[in-house]
Write a protein that binds this ligand. Structure first.
Ligand code: TYM
Length: 327
């Protein structure tokens, strides 16, 4: 039995992962793999809470598995699995539904945003989304959850669910801590909204280098810098915030000085960022090609992950049911 502290985190299968997911969460997951007992899940049951195409979902789940493994999640050092393959999550979710007051759910930011977009299809599943997320975490009695900043509210909610359960039925679930990655909130290429698949403002982790350049070239910089000869302010520039993720400190200093002194143009600055980003993404893209050539290994890893996860999940679920008076 491992004496390491445990973490769990999850990612939606929404096609390729983007650099917001990577620097906000996945990079941190890879780093934590050797110090924590890690569970990572692809949350297909969360993906069906909004309008989706069932014909496309299997490929999306598969792509998410390949991308995350290529990004460094190593099935030999962590438990990686597909959420719906561990049905105990949904069973615990029901139990937690019954300790959660309705009012809180409607106040969650993500629910408000998504129900705005989904107008015609605001399901009970969308409202209950954070309870399933709490179940994902609590079923492993996770000590901590590494995520980007946008998930902080859901994690506070998960802690409240744990507290409420513990108060009513006895001390059982630890309250999971939030671990925010170094790219806590990466903005999209538009510079105005958070990077996300739904806003189509993203750089995909496994996109071709040329395709990434085509997206970067027109991307917003400091709007006050209209001509090459105008001095710019790096702290107003979204591309400069990207540099901080991949460019060494001395390079950052040169770019900031070059921008302020107008000795470097925005296109040159983007070229340097592109080259530095590719140093991170090239090996991921290559590993993904290798994995795609051996689908049986990925499938085996996911099966083994689900098996390991179910063992832990079953035990926690049985304990919770007992405390709640279920025979
Ligand atoms: P999802 O799929 O939207 O995002 C996966 C992870 O990527 C982080 N992230 C970002 N970080 C910084 N900047 C961005 N622009 C950015 N975009 C995404 C997210 O914070 C997240 O860590 N509800 C969750 C999935 C989930 C989950 C869980 C997470 C389900 N169950 C249990 C943790 C624990 C979600 O939609 O993440």
């Amino acid at each position: 039995m491992s004496t390491r502290k445990r973490i769990l985190s999850g990612i939606q299968p929404s096609g390729t992962i983007h650099i917001g997911n990577y620097f906000g969460a996945v990079e941190n997951w890879v780093r934590l793999m050797d110090t924590y007992d890690c569970f990572f899940t692809i949350v297909d049951l969360h993906a069906i809470t909004v309008t989706y195409d069932p014909a496309l979902l299997p490929q999306r789940v598969w792509d998410a598995a390949l991308d995350n493994m290529a990004a460094g999640l190593d099935p030999a050092r962590c438990t990686i699995f597909i959420q719906s393959h561990v049905p105990e999550h949904t069973e615990l979710c029901w139990l937690l539904n019954c300790v959660t007051p309705l009012g809180e759910l409607g106040r969650m930011t993500q629910f408000k945003e998504k129900s705005e977009r989904e107008r015609e299809n605001v399901t009970a599943g969308l409202l209950n989304y954070p309870i399933l997320q709490a179940a994902d975490i609590l079923i492993y009695k996770a000590d901590a959850v590494p995520v980007g900043e946008d998930q902080a509210q859901h994690l506070e909610f998960s802690r409240e669910v744990a507290r409420r359960f513990n108060n009513r039925f006895g001390d059982y679930f630890p309250e999971p801590a939030t671990l925010i990655g170094r790219g806590a909130r990466i903005m999209g290429l538009d510079g105005d909204t958070k990077m996300s698949k739904s806003m189509d403002n993203f750089i995909g982790v496994t996109e071709a280098p040329e395709a990434i350049w085509e997206k970067l070239r027109p991307a917003k910089t400091d709007e006050a810098r209209k001509r090459r000869t105008d001095p710019g302010e790096p702290d107003r520039c979204n591309i400069f915030s990207y540099h901080k993720l991949v460019t060494p400190d001395d390079g950052i200093r040169d770019i900031a000085a070059g921008c302020r002194g107008a000795t470097i143009g925005c296109i040159d600055c983007k070229k340097i960022f592109h080259a530095n980003l590719m140093r991170v993404l090239d090996p991921i893209r290559e590993r993904r090609q290798d994995l795609a050539a051996h689908p049986e290994l990925v499938r085996e890893a996911l099966d083994e992950g689900a098996r390991r996860a179910r063992k832990v999940a079953r035990e926690t679920l049985d304990g919770a049911k007992k405390l709640m008076g279920l025979l």
